[in-house]
Design a protein around this ligand. Structure first.
Ligand code: GUN
Length: 292
């Protein structure tokens, strides 16, 4: 048996095309050009690639993508002032501070300072709170991208047992919140799951994963999840992007998963492109709400 490959790249391209059409219509109706500002502090190579990809995607969708590059030795006060300036700038609709910040900077204080109306990452406590209460304004980009992927491949989530492996604020926790909600961004079929939020200290992790109809792997450990840990026919969503030598691998051993699962996301070309597509969608939503 060989699983279906869930093509995140193609799905993201389709979503980006829809967003580009939405932007064209918004501007034709007299709206301002949506504008996303990325703040990149330091020289982290992976962050530089991510930010460049986000900016390119913005341009292709008709969204203005601005970048503030700050040196790694930037102090907290300078960064806080930049966030305050961007909050006050009416031409800016979305603010994204690329993580991780260099050591010595207080990430939490920076994220807390972003105006929730411009918080297109959905990292601020206000937006996290709305999600927790089942009434999100902005959807967190990676979890929302995963929901879109499942929806567009007609993989029902309602009533299924989803095991999310990884409890990060960016992926694991918001993923669990979205899937357990009564309604989802693509309707109730993409929500109403029974969710287990597992992590590195979960006892008998392999046994827990083996119970999953759908596995979302977001632990950041290369190929940690093996084929033998999966229930036959499971759907496997791999959020991991790990560099091993000159290869990029996920948190799941892809070749083994392909032999056991019914559907698997590749790395790269799976979840990553969807995260960017969702960011564009959030920026357009922010522009529309700020302009109205
Ligand atoms: N670093 C890794 N993923 C993300 C993300 O989704 N948003 C931001 N701002 N930084 C990140």
């Amino acid at each position: 048996m060989s699983a279906q490959i869930l093509d995140g790249k193609q799905t993201a391209l389709a979503i980006r095309q829809e967003i580009a059409e939405e932007v064209t219509q918004f501007i034709a109706d007299g709206g301002p050009s949506p504008c996303l500002v990325a703040v990149l502090v330091g020289e982290d190579p992976a962050s530089q690639v991510y930010v460049r990809n986000k900016q390119r995607a913005c341009e292709k969708a008709g969204i203005e993508g601005r970048l503030h590059r700050l040196p790694a030795d930037t102090d907290q006060a300078t960064l806080m002032q930049l966030v305050a300036d961007l909050n006050a700038d009416n031409s800016v609709h979305g603010i994204l501070v690329q993580l991780p910040l260099p050591a010595g900077l207080d990430e939490r204080e920076v994220l807390d300072a972003i105006d929730p109306a411009k918080d297109v990452d959905a990292f601020s406590p206000y937006n996290v709170g709305l999600l927790m209460q089942g009434r999100p304004r902005f959807l967190p980009c990676t979890p929302a991208g995963i929901v879109q992927l499942l929806h567009r491949y007609q993989i029902e989530v309602s009533g299924k047992h989803v095991v999310v492996v990884g409890r990060s604020d960016i992926v694991g926790k918001p993923m669990a919140m979205l899937l357990v909600a009564k309604d989802g961004p693509c309707g109730p079929a993409t929500a109403n799951a029974t969710v287990t939020l597992a992590h590195s200290r979960t006892a008998n992790l392999a046994d827990v994963i083996r119970q999953a109809d759908i596995v979302v792997a977001a632990v950041g450990r290369p190929e940690m999840i093996r084929g033998e840990m999966l229930k036959p026919g499971a759907v496997v969503i791999d959020v991991g992007i790990n560099r091993v030598g000159d290869r990029l691998v996920g948190d799941v051993c892809f070749d083994e998963a392909m032999q056991v699962a019914s559907a698997v996301t590749p790395v790269p070309g799976g979840v990553g492109p969807l995260t960017i597509a969702m960011l564009l969608g959030n920026t357009v939503k922010a522009a529309k709400e700020i302009a109205s």
